[in-house]
Write a protein that binds this ligand. Structure first.
Ligand code: 9G3
Length: 543
């Protein structure tokens, strides 16, 4: 393709509202343009990369036996009423009325749609399991769209849904998708972790999120330096490494006592809406409220200020008491009141606080041993680019999606759902593959493989040699961008670095001698080569 005829509006300066590297460079290199907050156009270069990511996703999805279909982005409100979600979601769910005044939602996700589409057909165990997927625009009216494509209000998602008669095939589909996701993100060149996550409002139990490591990522993940263990920070289990101490146990509230940090017993209060909860933890540890909520199997868990309730640690009454396993190391501890004065001392949790058992309710910390026993925990920021859920029967029950089992008994379908943020993946790659000069695309999804630059197109020998290299590379099946613009050399080189094709061939002063310069964008390495050999050299590098 000749660059002089392409729509690639590169820019020298950073757009004012670009708030992260990928946003800056995708904009400046002419891959995207914003049409409204969180709403973007993918210009030809951005579209090429998006297409290559989709092709990788389709290959891996089809290999799992999943069937592609395409559902509407506009969804009748009736479906969302069936599951009650019309009223669960607020302004984030974009809604509109048609000319007859009927309510519709712009699809934020498609559980309702796919279940309504399949419930009449998937009525027998003989037809199960079945997995369907689409790649489609999604709409979520984020309060604060930012970071370019990373948090948009219209974005491209691959969403897949699997239907099962039993947990066994649901588990199999989950594993199959898990592996397919690893293949997809590896082929896109991403440095990612599959982290144990909290299923949150989605119901169901197992869920993993795929996180691309990047400082701009909004999620904090805890991962092991010595194994594949990785978890969302609020889900990371803490290894119980407490060994009992042989310190003599003092009598409660008598004698002298030690007010050091490791002797402090901290009390935090929560409410599940129906009961108050007191959580004991060591002073230096942070209570992980997601773990408390999951342990209590509560739907909601809110903080409660200590002053709101009269609570006597020695007589908890009907307040639910939880204690973090770290307290097993505390002997003769002390409990301080809200204004810092010591309320009780020489406290021994099991003897004095009515604690029958200890739980894992604290936030993991960097340096903790990995809960799988291999390596130690490190933190990193991650961009959520994919998630896999075991949904269970939450949607099939709400929507009467039932099948007859082998005994003729009617049962609700079990479901799984699996999402990939396609436009987010593009941005995540840009976050991981750039330098101060611009983007550095992996070969697998680069908009073009080779960028050939005729430094001075007015010079016949340069233009002709550039054209012949372009043609030879094209004949070899490589995708080549030929910069034939009548621009200064500096502008061309700067644009080539911005756009970030893996290989650049510069045809300049030494064209008459048949000598060109090759530059590898990923490493910055550049060398001169005979034009006659450059095709072979490039073919070797690209393959
Ligand atoms: C909504 C709005 C926002 C939402 C949802 C619904 C997130 C919603 C969770 C999912 C779960 C999976 C299928 C593909 C993989 C993810 N944000 N979720 O359901 F109405 Cl406004 O989307 N869905």
């Amino acid at each position: 393709m000749k660059q002089s005829q392409l729509f690639i509006p590169t820019m020298k300066e950073n757009p004012a509202d670009a708030d992260c590297a990928s946003h800056r460079y995708l904009y400046r290199a002419g891959f995207i343009r914003q049409n409204a907050a969180g709403i973007y156009s993918y210009l030809p270069l951005g579209h090429k990369v998006l297409q290559k990511i989709q092709a990788i996703i389709r290959e891996e999805m089809n290999r799992t036996g999943a069937q592609e279909l395409l559902m509407p982005a506009i969804q009748p409100a009736e479906l969302w009423h069936e599951t009650g979600r019309w009223d669960v979601y607020g302004p984030e769910l974009m809604r509109l009325k048609d000319r007859h005044g009927r309510d519709f939602a712009l699809g934020a996700t498609h559980e309702e749609l796919i279940t309504s589409l399949t419930r009449d057909f998937l009525n027998s165990y003989k037809k199960l399991p079945m997995t369907l997927y689409q790649i489609q625009a999604k709409y979520r009216d984020e309060r604060r769209p930012r970071f370019g494509l990373l948090r948009g209000r219209e974005f491209l998602m691959k969403d897949a849904y699997s239907f099962h008669s039993d947990e066994v095939t649901l588990d199999q589909s989950y594993e199959t998708m898990f592996q397919a996701y690893k293949n997809i993100f590896n082929r896109c060149g991403l440095d990612f972790r599959a982290v144990i996550a909290d299923s949150g409002a989605m119901g169901g139990k197992d869920t993993h999120e795929f996180m691309a490591l990047a400082d701009v990522g909004e999620d904090t993940i805890a991962f092991s330096s010595g194994s594949e263990y990785a978890a969302n920070i609020e889900m990371a289990s803490v290894m119980d490494t407490v060994s009992p101490t042989n310190e003599p146990v003092q009598v409660l509230d008598t004698g002298d006592y030690d007010r050091s940090d490791e002797k402090e017993i901290h009390v935090s209060f929560f409410t599940t809406g129906s009961t108050y909860v007191a959580v004991y933890s060591r002073g230096q540890d942070e209570v992980n409220d997601v773990k408390v909520k999951n342990l209590l199997e509560a739907d909601v868990l809110d903080d409660v200020d200590a002053s709101e309730l009269t609570f006597d640690v020695l007589n908890p009454g009907d307040v639910e008491v939880l204690a973090d396993q770290g307290l097993k190391a505390v002997v003769n501890g002390f409990i301080a009141g809200t204004n810092g004065e010591v309320q009780h001392y020489n406290v021994n949790p099991e003897r004095d606080l009515g604690i029958e058992s200890f739980s894992d309710v604290r936030m993991i910390q960097e340096g903790d041993p990995s809960p799988d026993g291999h390596g130690t925990i490190q933190f990193a920021q991650g961009i959520e680019i994919g998630q896999v859920f075991k949904l269970g029967t939450k949607y099939s029950e709400a929507m009467g999606a039932e099948f007859l089992d082998e005994n003729g008994k009617s049962k609700p379908l079990k479901m799984g759902c699996y999402g990939i943020g396609v436009s987010r993946t593009l941005s995540a790659v840009a976050e991981q593959y750039h330098d101060d000069d611009g983007l550095k695309w992996p070969v697998s999804i680069a908009p073009f493989h080779v960028h050939v630059i005729a430094v001075n197109p007015k010079k016949m020998e340069q233009m002709e040699l550039a054209e012949s290299i372009y043609k030879d590379l094209d004949k070899q099946g490589h995708e080549v961008l030929l910069d034939d613009r009548k621009e200064r050399a500096g502008v061309k080189f700067a644009d080539a670095d911005l756009i970030g094709c893996p290989v650049r061939v510069t045809v300049g002063k030494r064209a008459a001698e048949g000598i060109v310069e090759v530059k590898i964008r990923a490493t910055g390495e550049s060398f001169e080569s005979q034009a006659s050999e450059v095709i072979h050299t490039i073919a070797q590098y690209l393959n």
